[in-house]
Design a binder for this molecule. Structure first.
Ligand SMILES: [Zn+2]
Ligand SMILES: [Zn+2]
Length: 269
């Protein structure tokens, strides 16, 4: 490899890192500020787990996520020569793929990601490897969005390997990739929000109950024996790892509408 190619790869990796930190700051930092600082009282009735969390824990979550972003990007950086050399199935022309195929690609990517995350996550809970792979992510048993990327080097590499592996086996348009990368951030912020923002009816709706929720992942941080899925509940349901109290807990947390307290405060003023 010549020096110019190496410089191009390193500058691309630096750009990805800058964007990823910015995305973490905006999506996870922004939702933390909204829910844990500015409107904490207004949404208190929707807390997934009651109780105070020490500020020092939030700083640890923040620091671990800033490092986790680097680990998460490592596989993609190592695969950069393949991506930039055209050896993967990434389509770099946004207009080269018909709209209906973009939708199909997106659905396949999300389902594949959920499957990868479920099984690698469950594997990392195995007692032989848990301590050096996934224990760091479980530092907070009552998580906030700042822990969205709190991955050890091992976990970051395992999760981050998903995209380059996918690009080797499946055609993906760059638009689908961009949407998915942002969805990943939003998903990490939401499942670690510590507050439930989705409606109560979701828990028993035949389709809605398949969606992974903040309550579901908060329960996983409480008890690591259940709820390994992120975007969907179907793997947990099919393999018997959905927490037996999940539906009742979800309905208890969402008993009042999200803006119930906002309306009550406005009426009191
Ligand atoms: Zn988590
Ligand atoms: Zn876990």
């Amino acid at each position: 490899m010549d020096v110019d190619a190496l410089i191009e790869i390193l500058s691309t990796a630096a750009m990805w890192l800058g964007r990823s930190w910015l995305r973490f700051a905006i999506v996870c930092g922004g939702s933390f500020l909204l829910f844990w600082v500015v409107f904490a009282r207004r949404f208190a009735h929707r807390r997934c787990q009651p109780g105070d969390v020490e500020r020092s824990m939030h700083w640890r979550e923040f620091r671990n996520s800033m490092l986790g972003v680097i680990f998460f990007l490592t596989p993609m950086t190592l695969a950069a020569p393949l991506v930039m050399g055209g050896y993967t199935q990434l389509e770099l022309d946004p207009t080269a793929t018909p709209w209906w195929l973009l939708i199909i690609q997106f659905i396949v990517v999300v389902v594949a990601a959920d499957t990868w995350f479920y099984f690698t996550h469950r594997l990392m809970h195995h007692s032989r490897i848990y301590a050096w792979t996934h224990k760091l992510h479980h530092l907070a048993d009552n998580p906030s969005p700042l822990s969205g990327y709190a991955f050890s080097w091992a976990e970051g590499i395992v999760l981050g390997a998903f995209l380059p592996l996918l690009l080797l086996v499946m055609p993906v348009n760059v638009i689908v990739l961009a949407v998915f990368v942002n969805l990943f951030s939003l998903g990490e912020a939401y499942v670690h929000l510590g507050y439930e923002i989705l409606p109560r009816w979701l828990a028993r709706n035949p389709v809605g109950k398949l969606i992974g929720t903040s309550v579901m992942h908060s329960m996983h941080h409480e008890d690591g024996a259940y709820n390994f899925g992120v975007y969907f509940t179907w793997w947990d349901r099919a393999l018997g790892t959905l927490h037996p109290d999940y539906t009742e807990r979800y309905e208890a947390v969402t008993a009042q509408p999200l803006f119930a307290r906002t309306r009550a405060l406005e009426q009191a003023e």
